[in-house]
Every structure is written in structure tokens, then in C-alpha cells.
Design a binder for this molecule. Sequence first.
Ligand code: GAR
Length: 194
Amino acid sequence: MIKLNGHNKIKTAVFISGNGTNLKSLIKFSLKKKSPIKIDIIFSNNSNAKGLNYARKFKIKFIILNYKNFKRTENLILKKLKQHSIELICLAGFMKILSNKFITEFGKKIINIHPSLLPKYKGLNTHQRVIEKKEKFTGCTVHYVNQKLDSGKIILQKKIRISKKDTPKTLARKVLKYEHIIYPQAIKKIFTNP
Ligand code: GAR
């Protein structure tokens, strides 16, 4: 932890792959005086990720990951996390899987946001699958990352009603709006009730 304006803030890394709208909401949250986190570094496996513009705008260091050599890439991430004394990883639309070895070696909290009501609809294309199954509700979940995909302990969930008119696209937009709300709430929850 570091001293920041008299407050201890958790040094945090955010991992993204795409638009980075969750990253934006986490940055805005982190800048609040009472926020428990400070975002020190951003990783992206995609050099064209739109979300990197938020890193630029808010002058946060970012690193582009070249996943050609998986092992070497994970070792590089671990080295950077150590250099920056990172204590929390937030996955925010990060489309790569972290290995068990990585999770164990980091040894600290890793959390993720997923666009479904876990344990339902793990994996990709959740909105499409939810509509195909004619579900009445969907949602989003913030959970701890463990060795099994989208299966770690749930921290917070928001349930959202699906309308008959919803398409995967409209649903994604609806869910995303709540993702931006519950991700910061989940972080608050972790650090006020550890
Ligand atoms: C979000 O809906 C997030 O829940 C999802 O990708 C989107 C990223 O949006 N994540 C996953 O599907 C992870 N399996 P963003 O880049 O605008 O934050």
C-alpha cells in the first residue's frame, strides 16, 4: 500500500482488450477521494484497444502484451506487477485467460466482471445465448478469479430484465451500463468487508 493524500490506496492494475468502458468507470472511481484503489498500470493484449485512449487521457502507464509466447508474456506481466507493487488486478473485458501458475504466483486478489448472472452463461457470447434460451433475466457479475473460468467466488451481481425486443446488441448495452455501476461497488465491498 502507499500513502496518498493521507489515505492508503490499493495499487491496482487493470487488464483490457477492447473498448475499455469498464476501465473508464474504474478510473473515474479511483480518482474519488474515498476510493480504496489507485490505478498504477494498464495492460492490453491489443495495441488497437480503444480503451488505451483512457490510459492516455488520464496519463496512466500502459503496457501492450504480445501473446506470441504465452509463458514469456505472463512472466513479463508478473515482473511488472512486482515492480509496481500491485496488490489488486481488475480484469475489465480482458479476453485472455490467465494460467493457474500466474494466479498462484501473483498470490493476491484478481477480480473480473462478466456479462451474465454467473454461474449461468460462463464464457463468450453470453447475450446471444441468453436470448436464444429465451431467458427473462440476465445480468452482470463481479467475481474473484480462480483456476476455473468464470467460476470464482461471487462478490456482487445485478439482475436485469430482458425485454422481448432485446437483441444481443441492445442487451449488451443495457448490461454494460450496470457493469459500470457494480464494478466500483464490488471493489468498495471487498475493501470494506474483506
Ligand atoms: C464487458 O461487457 C465485459 O463484461 C465483457 O466484455 C465487455 C468489455 O467491455 N467481458 C467478458 O466477456 C469477459 N469474459 P469494455 O471493454 O467496454 O469494458
